[in-house]
Each structure stands twice: as C-alpha cells, then as structure tokens.
Ligand binder design. Structure first.
Ligand code: FES
Ligand code: FE
Length: 440
C-alpha cells in the first residue's frame, strides 16, 4: 500500500514544545494533524494487535484496527500469527465482519472472492470471465509485513524495516512491563472477550494520561477512592501520599507507580493468592514494591495497561474527536478459576466501561474535547511543566525517571510524537513498499 499522492505534511514543531512543557490544543482536533498521525505515527509504529491466548488452533481469528485500518489477525496452518488488511482486493469491503471466531477461509460477502489463511486469493466465482493472463496470486490480501510478540503480547507494524519490537520497547520499558506480565512462569492469558466503548475525545488524551498522569488521581477519583477506603474517610495512605517514580522512555513510552513496602493487590482474593516471597525472588524487591501493583503505563502510541487491575487496552483513534476503547482483562495463567474471577470482577468494578475510576477519566477527556473548537480556547496552550528538570537515572529504577507527580512521561510522549510527525515514514521515502514487493 503506497499512497499515490501524499498531502502536504505539516511541521508540528510550533505546536509542541516538549522540553518546555507547552502543547497547543489543535493537535487534538485538527483534521490535518489527524491524517498526518495516520500516515506518520500509526503506519510506522508497533501497534498492539491481540494476545497470544486468543489463538489456539489454525484458523482462529480476531479482527481489530491499526489506526483506522481494519485488520484480521489469524493463526495460519503452521501456527504462525499473521495479520492482513481486512479489505477485499476486489471492491474493498471487509472480508471478515465477525469480531472473532474460527474459519478456513475469509470469503467476501459482496461477490465471493475467498482468501485462505495465508491471505492468498484461493477461489473466485466466474474466473473465466477475467483475461487469460489474469493471476489470482496478484490479488491476495495485503499483509502486515511485520508481526512480533513480546511475552504473549502481539504487535504489528506496517514498516517492514522498523526497529524490532523488543528494541522499541527497550530493556527499561520491559523491566516495568514484566512486573505485570511475567509474574507467572506460565505467562498470562486474556479472560473472555474484549470490552469496547466509545468516548468523545482525541486518542492522545487517554494515551498521554496513562503514560504520565498520577496527578489527577486524588482529585478526579476522590469519590471512588472514598468508596474503596478502609476507613471511609479517604484513600489509603499508600495511594494518597506515598512517594513513587515515573519512567519516561526515549521511545515515548511512560509508566508511573507509587513505591511502598506494603504494595499489594486491592482485590482481597488476588492479594491472598500471591506468594510475595516468590514474587520478590522472581522480580526483585524494587519491582514488587513499585511497578508490580498500583501503576499505570502507556506503550507508545496507543497501548496502555494497569497492572493491579489486570487491564490492557488500546485507544483506537476514530477521527480527531473520538476514540474507541478496547479493553481486556489479563490474568496469570496459573491462577485458579476463583482468583481469575475475582480479578475480573475487580477489573469491571474499577476500570470496566462503567467502572468507578474509568468513568471519571472518560469524563475529563470528553470535557477537554467538548470546548476545543473555541477560537481563543484553541489558541491557549496547555501546561506539561510539572517536574521539569527532575528527570534523572535514580540507580534503582531503570531508565530515566522522575518523581511520581510529574509530567516527564507526557513530555517524553509528545517528544516522540513530534519526532515521528516531522519525519517522513517508509511509504514516503521508498519507491516500493515491502507489502507490495511480491506482486510486481
Ligand atoms: Fe469482495 Fe467483490 S468486493 S468480492
Ligand atoms: Fe484515572
């Protein structure tokens, strides 16, 4: 897929001063910026596709999006995970309309072109009507050229020559991520299906908050924290006032977490299930007392997670003013059923679509978006200056970290965003894109 004609790209430097912590609001609602994000962020970044546990046998599939491009993720006959553009090469309709399932063939419902698990066009009705030298091999599904996995998390990238997923995460991000997905030697699995809901608000508002914003917790979630409070008088001290760290990656990822020797899981059943001595041995004291539990994180650009709630989610962009949240409950494979269920219920209560925390966050993002068309509003910059100058290597937590209350990871997120937005992507610089190579 190579754009026939690229529209004029904008230099976004005047809209984002990442080092100075100033952001212009048009990056959240300008249609041109949004189109450029599709071309220069989503068409070249590692995007979360699905979890390994969603595929058990060849033909199992799951449909999702990369940016706004519809994608089929499936397991082929050799048990490799493959991803294809979910659009018929004939007249373009989706060849798979189900959310998930199992199949031998993706058959288009418009005229009946049928594609196998390798994405090849296997049969078409009335093929004799095409010229003799017409070859169905030239009309297979467009394949995502780069699919890689990290401990069960499967990501795709349209750039065949992209830096590997592992390098793009970096050892530092993996340290934090492992505190969530590597507690169990057996690994993790997702429970049930995907929870999906739409919100008014640009996708970055959510991605940025999960990277950097511990600051809102006490204010935005005051009533929710009151409900969970053991005394009924306010949040647990380890939530309200504990110190903590915030990590910012040179690739735009971010994570924040309180540090507390008594860090623990809020769901009682889950807390009692864990053998903390084993976890300390496996992950180290620093991780158990920090990023393992009450934290938040974003893997640039649009994948976020919450370790204590077992929540992994994608912020799918749906135009500049809308996002669709897709959230899964992720649990350790070895957990007994009742513990998995306790984690699932805790997840729903707190960060499900109507969870007591989730609803507060969505309300804030929609509020920001609702007023963003005002002319003066749109010309008044936003502040990301908390903690400027206190980023450093602290000798305990890997990579660059700052105090927990900080916008460091937000600045890091927008530094990466600006860099990609201002740099031509593979489809602008190569004469022939990888995904087309075999066809001609
Ligand atoms: Fe798919 Fe015609 S659009 S077969
Ligand atoms: Fe929140």
């Amino acid at each position: 897929p190579r754009p026939k004609e690229m529209t004029q790209m904008l230099d976004v430097s005047s809209l984002v001063d990442a080092d100075g912590g100033l952001i212009e609001r048009s990056i959240y609602n300008d249609e041109r910026i949004y189109k450029q994000e599709m071309a220069r962020i989503f068409a070249r970044s590692w995007l979360f596709l699905a979890h390994r546990s969603q595929f058990k046998k060849p033909g199992d599939f799951f449909t999702t999006y990369m940016g706004e491009d519809p994608i089929i993720v499936t397991m082929d006959k050799k048990k490799n995970i493959r991803a294809y553009l979910n659009s018929c090469r004939h007249r373009g309709v989706r060849v798979c309309r189900a959310d998930a399932g199992s199949t031998k063939m993706f058959t288009c419902t418009y005229h009946g072109w049928a594609y196998n698990l390798d994405g090849e066009l296997q049969t078409i009705p009335n093929q004799q009507a095409y010229p003799d030298d017409w070859n169905p091999k030239d009309w297979g599904l467009v394949e995502v050229p780069n699919v890689q996995e990290y401990k069960g998390l499967i990501f795709g990238n349209w750039d065949a020559d992209a830096m590997s997923l592992s390098d793009s995460l970096g050892d530092d991000m993996k340290y934090y991520l492992d505190a969530f997905i590597d507690r169990d030697p057996e690994g993790t699995e997702v429970l049930g299906g995907v929870m999906k809901w739409t919100l008014d608000g640009n996708w970055k508002l959510a991605a940025e908050q999960f990277a950097t914003d511990w600051y809102h917790v006490n204010m935005s979630h005051a009533s929710a924290l009151m409900v969970l409070s053991p005394t009924g008088k306010g949040p647990k001290p380890e939530i309200a006032s504990t110190p903590g760290r915030q990590f910012t990656s040179e690739h735009g990822h971010g994570a924040g977490f309180p540090t507390h020797p008594k860090s623990r899981f809020d769901a009682q059943t889950v807390h009692e299930y864990y053998d903390y001595d084993f976890l300390r041995e496996r992950l180290g004291d620093d991780r158990v007392e920090g990023p393992m539990t009450t934290g938040h994180a974003t893997i640039f650009p649009s994948f976020s997670y919450l370790p204590v709630n077992g929540s992994i989610r994608i912020w799918h962009p749906k135009g500049p003013n809308k996002m669709e949240v897709w959230a899964w409950v992720l649990v350790d494979k070895s957990m007994p059923e009742d513990v998995k269920n306790a984690q699932r219920l805790y997840n729903l209560r707190t960060f499900g679509p109507s969870g007591i925390f989730e609803a507060d966050d969505g309300e804030n993002w929609s509020e920001i978006q609702a007023i963003s068309e005002g002319f003066i509003t749109n010309n008044t910059s936003l502040n990301f200056q908390m903690g400027i100058g206190n980023e450093h290597e602290d000798g305990t937590y890997p990579g660059t970290t700052s105090e927990l209350y900080s916008d460091a990871a937000g600045r890091g997120f927008y530094r990466q965003w600006t860099k990609l937005m201002n740099t031509p992507a593979w489809h602008e610089t190569k004469t022939r894109p990888a995904a087309d190579k075999e066809e001609n």
